[in-house]
Ligand binder design. Structure first.
Ligand code: PMP
Length: 431
């Protein structure tokens, strides 16, 4: 069946009338090539179907939450069983305690766990708990690093007051000296230092987890009595079963975890060390849906698979196959790719492509051939992706490289003038 997008176009038109901007936030396709579908119908395993019934091997995984494959049978069974009992009740179900026990038993930086819905809930809760713990005001965050969409951290400036960020201080992400300088400048008034386990901003090359930075961040925080918060919302359980910095021997005081916990069910968590328990007990944080039992049951089933299966080794293996296959193809077609970060969270940018014209054309060509890639955001490998899927993927990407090569490079379109603005802003933010 050939690729079509008439239903998608029709829905976008209807959406434009009743949804501000037609769509908002990170799942808006406003900055993506015009061919990218905005609306989807269904998903199974590593596959996704859009509203026109085009089938994709999906490398975005719902921007992270799909860890084990869409509609993973054990998770689906847990969801159905809990749904038959009840979901959002007048109080939490037993499963909340079992889930907290499970997280404490699995994560090296967890003596307790609190549950919420989105990553932003968890990171925002961390700021409040850190301030309650220290009595200090300043929150240090990496410049250009995404911690969510609340006023203290959203990358969009509209509607945000400078007062909202009055006590947010920026340092150069993953740079121990810059962190040390920023901490010195605000010594005596710092509540928390936020870090991500490795650099994973949009539009940029990623890094690998860095033991020097992690160790220095821990040492500097300890010296000043500052709370070290690791934002694992995007990376949790894709790098490690115990925590992304566990292998580096560095234990954060608080860890924000999101996206994957319920393999797509809405649940996130903040976990912490014993000495943070008193402050965590003192703050008032809640939400109507934070105690719903179905996502917690999904999380228990997901974590059981995380603990007992070889899913993580398979993610790394298929991620490497994909990466190596692409590198060889790119070289064959005369392109150089910058593939950075852990293979299970691939970021793929083209060398010599400052306005992303090559990346936009290539990913759009892949989408038309049934492989959903992203031109500037890190992607995600899920455990349902097989070697055969990677082989199919590589057939499509080979054809996409050939199509790109056939284009007159000087006349490749700039897909979205807005992308140029975003690139400029990203460059500013990450200075
Ligand atoms: N922190 C990081 C590192 C993230 O990647 C994200 C989401 N992409 C968030 C926080 C916010 O999570 P959510 O979108 O679930 O609020």
């Amino acid at each position: 069946m050939s690729w079509t997008n008439s239903r998608n176009a029709e829905l976008k038109e209807r959406a434009a009338k009743v949804i501000p901007g037609g769509m908002y936030g990170h799942e808006s396709t406003a900055l993506l090539p015009g061919d990218f579908p905005q609306f989807f119908r269904r998903a199974e395993g590593a596959r996704l179907w859009d509203v026109d019934d085009n089938e994709y091997i999906d490398y975005m995984c719902a921007y992270g939450p799909n860890l084990l494959g869409y509609r993973e049978p054990q998770v689906e069974a847990a969801v159905a069983a809990q749904a038959a009992l009840g979901d959002t009740l007048t109080g939490p179900s037993e499963v909340m305690v079992t889930l907290a026990e499970t997280m404490v038993s699995m994560l090296s930086a967890a003596d307790w766990a609190m549950f919420c819905k989105n990553g932003t809930d968890a990171t925002s809760m961390a700021t409040v708990i850190a301030r309650a713990h220290t009595g200090k005001r300043k929150i240090l965050v990496g410049k250009g690093v995404y911690h969510g969409a609340a006023p203290w951290c959203t990358p969009g400036p509209a509607g945000i007051l400078s007062e909202d960020r009055g006590h947010i201080v920026y340092y150069r992400d993953q740079d121990p000296q810059d962190l040390a300088d920023a901490m010195k400048a605000h010594a005596g008034d710092i509540a928390a230092v936020f870090a991500t386990p490795f650099r994973h901003e949009t539009f940029r090359d990623q890094s690998e987890p860095d033991a020097t930075f992690a160790g220095e961040a821990r040492r500097l925080c300890d010296a000043e009595g500052v709370v070290l918060v690791l934002d694992e919302v995007r990376s949790a359980f894709r790098l490690s079963r115990e925590g992304a910095w566990a292998g580096l021997g560095v234990t954060p005081d608080l860890t924000a975890i999101g996206k994957v916990i319920g393999n797509g069910q809405p649940i996130s968590a903040l976990v912490g060390l014993e000495h943070m328990r008193k402050a965590a007990s003192s703050v008032f944080v809640t939400g109507s849906f934070w105690f719903s039992a179905v996502p917690m049951a999904a999380a228990l089933a997901t974590l059981k698979i995380v603990r007992d299966s070889d899913y993580l080794e398979r993610l790394a293996h298929t991620g490497r196959l994909f990466r190596e296959g692409l590198a060889a193809q790119a070289a064959d077609h005369g392109f150089t790719l910058r593939q950075t970060g852990p293979a299970q969270m691939p970021q793929i940018l083209f060398e010599d492509d400052p306005e992303m014209r090559l990346g936009y054309f290539w990913t759009a060509a892949a989408v038309r051939r049934g492989v959903y890639l992203h031109p500037y955001h890190n992607m995600f490998i899920n455990a349902a992706l097989t070697e055969a899927d990677v082989a199919l993927t590589l057939q499509a990407t080979d054809a996409a490289f050939a199509a790109l090569k056939a284009q007159d490079r000087a006349h490749l379109p700039l897909e979205r003038p807005a992308v140029r603005d975003r690139l400029e802003r990203a460059a500013l933010l990450s200075m």
